[in-house]
Structure formats: C-alpha cells, structure tokens
Design a protein around this ligand. Structure first.
Ligand code: CIZ
Length: 320
C-alpha cells in the first residue's frame, strides 16, 4: 500500500471512529504530519481532555498513553504498538518504589512523568521537565524528597533549586548517548549556533556549561521559534528535529547526536496507526484503583504548575 493510500484510510477511519490522533515530539515525521496535535506527554493529555473525541490514538510510548487514560476516564485510549515502552520508565517498578519509601518514612515522592501508572500511584507529585522546578520548590524545605526515576533531571533540579534530594539512578538510554566532546566539536563547526539541551542528557554535568538553554521538549520548540539565532544544536531525541524543521524552515538544526534515537518511540508507524484504528487495538487500560491514586499525584502537579520558563544555567544556585 502506498503512503498516500494509508494516509487517506487513516483520515477516513479517524472520522468513523470519532478519534483524535495525538503524537509525541519524538515520533516519526509521518506520524507527526498526520496527527491532530503534536507535543509533550502532558500537553497531549490535556488536549485529549479538551476534545469530544471518543477514541484517543496515542502515538508515543506506553507511559504516555497510560497518562492519557488516567486523566481521561471513560475514553478509549489506543497505542499503535503495544511494545512501545520506555527504558527510563522500566528502571523503577511500583514494588521497588515502595521499598525505597519504606527506607525513608515521611519523605515526599516526586516522580517524573516518565514512569508507569503504578509508580505514579505510589508518588505524591508527578512532574514534567517543564514544571519540575516549581513542584520541588513548592515542597516545604524541611521535608526529605525522593526523586525518581531520572537522575539527570534530578541533578538539574538540585543545582537549580539548591535543594538536596535522594535520586533514583535511572536514565534514558537515548539521551545517554549524547556526548560532551562531540558537542564541543559541533560548536566549533557551527559557531553561530545556540546549543539547547534536555535535562535528561546523560552528559548533563559536563554539557551544561556549554548550553545556552536547558529545556523540556516544548521549551526547545518554543525557544527555537522565538530566538533570533539562525542555527541550533539540539540535545534531545532526534525525532524533535522534524517539528523544528517544519515550523522553522528558514533555520538550521543539528542533532547533538544522531545516536540519540529512541527505538521504542519509533516502533509506532503509519501502518500500525492504520491497523490500530481498524481493529481498535491496542487498548491501554489502567485499573481504577491505580488510576485514582495516580490521578491525585498528577492533579497535585497541575495545581502547582502554570506555564513558565526554566531556571537557566546562568541563574542556578550551587549545591554544596
Ligand atoms: O513529557 C514528555 O513529553 C517528555 C518525556 C519530555 C519532555 O521534555 O517533553
């Protein structure tokens, strides 16, 4: 079947199923192009809540589709490939978080949105890379904090807030492939380029002094749109370059590493999106007992966060 035929069928079935197609910034370009909305996991979940669509097809990884299911009870949530997991989310289970909490009675648990529904249910607050600083800042200074699962986002928050936290040693395998020496080389090759990086980067500590901005995916999209710089070195998963090129055809974008490629994200394809709409598969269902507790942690985040910028490296307070 040709791509144009697949696209036509998807659009027809989308109407028939009263579906909305949500697509994460790291998905394949052809999925981004056909989607109703492209964005980060929380933004997409919020879009899902606003539409009248009965079916949500979430082109992203499993924890993202779960988040949409948690926040949109009663709606059918589908993921085109059920194997589209997340290496970072897989680094902590509900059981291991319960054991960690038992070692730190009374501690407040802040979990990055990249975690399973069960881990969300065990957490006091969820955060995204956009609002993590606000969430941590809102927790009284005398409370011990357990931060899971991304150690690099955790390190970034510690440096920005001056707040000590216990960090779970998780990381994203794709962001871990970004390397400081390579970035130094790219900066020499493209001296006019701004370097924007995601706080999940494994080279965070050594890369941050080279960065113009440390931003979430939506932060990177917004910054590259608003900045007057003609070129950017982009330190995050390479799927984001499609949207950056599409929205800024006059600007140049260089991946900080071609290797920062998430194989799980790319399991979703145009064909699988079509099959998903045809067969109403694969359903993402979160048991209500877990969804209820996970929703509470997400709602606490929503109460605290409102759109705003990150603290940037130059403004950070040191951690002793
Ligand atoms: O929440 C998301 O979508 C992720 C995983 C990262 C980001 O910075 O947007």
């Amino acid at each position: 079947m040709k791509t144009t035929e697949i696209t036509e069928e998807i659009l027809e079935l989308k109407k028939k199923r009263e579906a909305v197609i949500l697509c994460h910034n790291y998905q394949r370009g052809e999925l981004q192009d056909i989607a109703d909305f492209v964005g980060d996991s929380l933004g997409l979940t919020q879009q899902a809540a606003k539409t009248d669509a009965k079916t949500i097809v979430f082109c992203g990884v499993h924890f993202m589709a779960e988040t949409a299911a948690i926040m949109n009870p009663g709606k059918l949530v589908l993921i085109p490939d059920k194997e589209a997991g997340c290496s970072l989310a897989a680094m902590i289970s509900g059981e291991s978080l319960r054991r960690w909490k038992a070692e730190h009675p009374g501690a407040v648990v802040v979990s990055y949105i990249n975690c399973t529904a069960e881990v969300k249910a065990e957490s006091d607050y969820i955060c995204t890379s956009t609002n993590a600083l606000k969430i941590v800042d809102a927790i009284p200074a005398d409370r011990e904090i357990l931060f899971a699962p991304d150690q690099f986002l955790g390190t970034f928050i510690q440096q920005a807030t001056g707040r000590r936290m216990h960090l779970w040693p998780g990381y994203c395998h794709a962001h871990n492939r970004i390397d400081t020496e390579h970035i130094r080389g790219l900066k020499q090759e493209h001296p006019k380029a701004e370097f924007v990086m995601h706080p999940e980067c494994g080279c965070l500590t050594s890369c941050m002094p080279l960065a113009d901005k440390v931003l979430s995916t939506e932060g990177i999209i917004k910054h590259c749109r608003d900045s007057k710089a003609p070129e950017f070195i982009v330190g995050t998963e390479v799927g984001i370059l499609h949207r950056l090129h599409r929205e800024n055809p006059q600007k140049a974008f260089y991946p900080a590493s071609e290797e920062a490629f998430c194989e799980f994200m790319k399991l979703n394809t145009l064909e699988k999106l079509l099959w998903s709409l045809q067969d109403l598969e694969h359903k993402v269902v979160v048991p209500e007992e877990i969804a209820k507790r996970a929703r509470r942690a997400i709602e606490r985040m929503l109460e605290i966060s409102s759109p705003g910028a990150y603290v940037q490296p130059s403004e950070k307070r040191p951690v002793d």
